[in-house]
Design a binder for this molecule. Sequence first.
Ligand code: HEM
Length: 405
Amino acid sequence: MNTDAVPLSGPRFQNEPARLYREMRAEHGAVTPVLLDGDVPGWLVLGYRELHQVTGDPVLFSRDSELWNQWDTIPGDWPLLPMIGRRQPSILYTVGERHRERAAMISNALEASDATQLRRHAERFADELIDAVCAKGTADLIGQYAMLLPVRVLARLYGFSDEEGPSLVAALNDVVDGREGALAGQRHIAASMTELLAARRVAPADDVVSRMLADPRGFTDEEIAQDLIVMLGAGHQPTAAWIGNSLRLMLTDARFAASLFGGRNSVAEAMNEVLWEDTPTSNFAGRWASRDTHLGGQNIRAGDLLILGLQAANSDPQVRPVGDDLSVGNNAHFSFGHGEHRCPFPAQEIAEVIARTGVGVVLDRLPDIDLAVPAESLSWRPSPWLRGLTELPVRFTPTPALGGN
Ligand code: HEM
């Protein structure tokens, strides 16, 4: 074990990751040895250029988790297993030509979604969630809003009925939190996907699942079900955190205070700033070296795990001097990854519509909203992968529900 390795967990990592990344960079350079839960070793790629190199070379830095040289040491109940899967036949760990085909199938199916309808669904579900809290004058915008919204919209877009939405939300949040219901939640999601696929094989509709099934490249139901699970989970979590982190910024930073009363002008700016400073997918696992190599001055062995340090690379002082312009339109950040395995472009657009609508509806419906606790007391989830708040307690003047409009 590398004795200099930095744990990718603990209070400092949770509370002040930006400072920790700066220290790691000063001590180890652009590629830092880290320890995951249970002292499992990996490399955190903090440098913007190095991250470009890793994500731009899918042969040397493969997405095939089977290459990992640590599998012998990983216990079956390792808590990070769901995020570093083994032998999962989803798009996430597929490589080469089959990956390109699968990514194209997913992109095409998402791209054909009607943007106006998407916005309408997002508005309707957001209004429903605000309706449930607006008469009370207080709410937790994470647990009662952000964590419930993207999954409802995505489920509808993919092909689920409105009635199935709430149970999918509950199941997905159980799986992510690793609560008692995690396994039952996972089974519920898998069974719901199988049912939906069977129904759409018989009677296709105008939805994402039907388009995936109709793809001329031909994918098995198993492949499509696996990818749908990824698209639901990988879509919901970061989009929910994007909403929560943007609302936090607007509620805690004086630069945005005026817009809380005045409208939506700076929602796009806040959302963009979040992608640079507090990006939802802060670290992503990952890539595996297919042979011995050098990176950022470190010797990387075949089979080593490289974790994409997306948040750290976004603030690499070599490419982003302090005080640099974060204006909308400057999207040279790494928040959606890069290269062949990056987040599909249509997925990014869908996430943006859901997040922008989600933030906008809060500001429209609760115009005098304010934090109900001191900003310093807000706490971040302990996840090594996701940068999101545990709660965002707010207060506002109680208003009547819109009710079904
Ligand atoms: C509608 C919402 C979304 C959907 C459906 C979605 C879907 C996906 C899928 C299918 C992949 C795997 C791509 C592949 O392996 O080829 C992926 C990767 C990824 N997504 Fe998303 N995503 C969504 C939102 C987001 C958001 C909001 C963020 C962060 C701001 C994000 C960040 C990422 C990152 C960092 C990767 C990995 C990129 C890499 O390995 O280089 N995604 N996403």
